[in-house]
Design a protein around this ligand. Structure first.
Ligand code: DI6
Ligand code: FE
Length: 403
């Protein structure tokens, strides 16, 4: 390892290492960083002599966690759906909203009309809120273009976000998010004419890190998702899937059969699907924001996931319709309060397991060899991160070893 050496002391390190105490907690710890990599972490009294070459930096007894990771976002999009939100609360039905041009259709229209610079400026406002909450990695999906050019533009914006801010971006192609108006009732034709060609073009341009789909009665059937996943496999891209959000079409089982990184939402997941995910090592991404916004009643099977050892991640699913949730900390609180996850499960869901859901092996954990992506908090116990509602105790963020 080469680069500047930094040594942090007077801290309690919630390393999230599962083999240690709860939260992988090391009290009265020290962390040595060389360049952008964690070189050593342990009790301060055990700090190796070789790191006594620099003036240690005191963190004032604060708690340090891995940088937070939001592993499921639609943070790039045009426009917003505030008026639709108001219509619904004034009694309009989902159908009346749709007839008035609401729903995903309205976001597609706004996204197609926006330039790359407009989409970037809009998204950066939301990304800055995430950064201010200690997020160091974020996943960003396409899926509001639903034509080749706009899907590519969304992914170019996602890449530009990673170049414009101290945050790591993993992109996901979500052409199979919805069928655009010009292909109404012609889902298969849309998959053939637009979705798959857009995926190939995006891959050729180096814009795609993973491929996703929306497997639901109002979106795409498993057989249609499989056609997109077959192309992803041909291109050597990992897959993930919006599955069992509103019904059980066997989406999670399909995703697991492709060795998916994750199956997301999964409110209607059954034990058969849980077992398939466990066998495939597929992460369950829990998305309380959509459940809360849509006032759903079917919670994801947290106990089944625990029993079968399926890793659980937690994310905002920030999108202008079903989950306009810009706070990963609030998502932690929702995961606990709405779905009865423990605060430790919630924090692991926004660090170690969120990294797993993105196929990242060098972050989400404070350990030697991992990227020095960390968050320093004005809290006494890590449970405070899920406990408080609408409170951001971030003191400072370290991204790639730099504050
Ligand atoms: N599931 C959802 O809840 C969102 N997309 C998806 O796959 C809905 C997105 C929107 O309402 O704009
Ligand atoms: Fe989503």
């Amino acid at each position: 390892m080469t680069g500047e050496i930094r040594v942090f002391v007077d801290l309690n390190a919630a390393t999230m290492d599962e083999s240690k105490a709860p939260y992988g907690m090391i009290e009265n710890a020290a962390i040595a960083v060389v360049g952008d990599t964690i070189a050593w972490v342990g009790k301060a009294r055990d700090l190796p002599e070789m790191y006594n070459v620099v003036e240690p930096e005191s963190l004032g007894g604060r708690v340090v966690t891995p940088g937070l990771i939001d592993c499921h976002t639609h943070i790039v999009h045009g426009g917003d759906r505030a008026v639709e939100f108001e219509m619904r609360l004034n009694g309009a039905s989902y159908e009346e909203v749709a007839r008035a041009g609401g729903g995903i259709v309205s976001t597609v229209k706004a996204t197609r009309a926006a330039t790359q610079d407009m989409l970037l400026a809009d998204a950066l406002c939301r990304v800055d809120v995430m950064i201010a909450e200690g997020v160091t990695s974020i996943e960003i999906k396409s899926g509001y273009g639903l034509d080749i050019e706009t899907e590519l533009r969304m992914l170019r914006v996602a890449r530009a976000i990673g170049e414009s801010r101290p945050i790591r971006v993993k992109t996901t192609f979500l052409g199979a998010h919805a069928t655009p108006a010009e292909y109404a009732d012609r889902n298969d034709a849309y998959i053939d004419d637009v979705c798959i060609p857009a995926l190939r073009a995006a891959h050729d341009e180096g814009l795609v890190d993973a491929v996703d789909g929306f497997c639901e009665g109002i979106a795409f059937q498993p057989a249609q998702i499989a056609r997109v996943f077959d192309v992803a496999r041909e291109l050597g891209l990992p897959v993930k899937l919006h599955a069992e959000q509103l019904s059980n079409l066997g989406g999670a089982k399909l995703a697991a059969s492709y060795g998916a990184l994750s199956a997301d939402h999964i409110e209607y997941l059954d034990e058969d699907g849980v077992k398939a995910m466990a066998e495939a090592g597929t992460v369950a991404v829990i998305l309380p924001g959509a459940f809360y916004t849509l006032r759903e009643t079917q919670a994801p099977p947290i106990d089944l996931l625990r029993r079968h050892g399926v890793p659980m991640a937690l994310a905002t699913d920030i999108n202008p319709g079903s989950s306009p949730l810009n706070s990963l900390l609030l998502a932690l609180n929702m995961g606990c309060t709405l779905f009865r996850m423990t605060p430790e499960e919630a924090l692991r869901g926004a660090t170690r397991n969120a990294a797993r859901a993105l196929g990242l092996t060098d972050t989400g954990l404070i350990a030697a060899g991992m990227r020095a992506d960390m968050a320093v908090w004005d809290i006494k116990h890590p449970a405070e991160l899920a406990y408080r509602i609408g409170f951001n105790p971030l003191h400072s963020r370290i991204f790639g070893g730099t504050s």
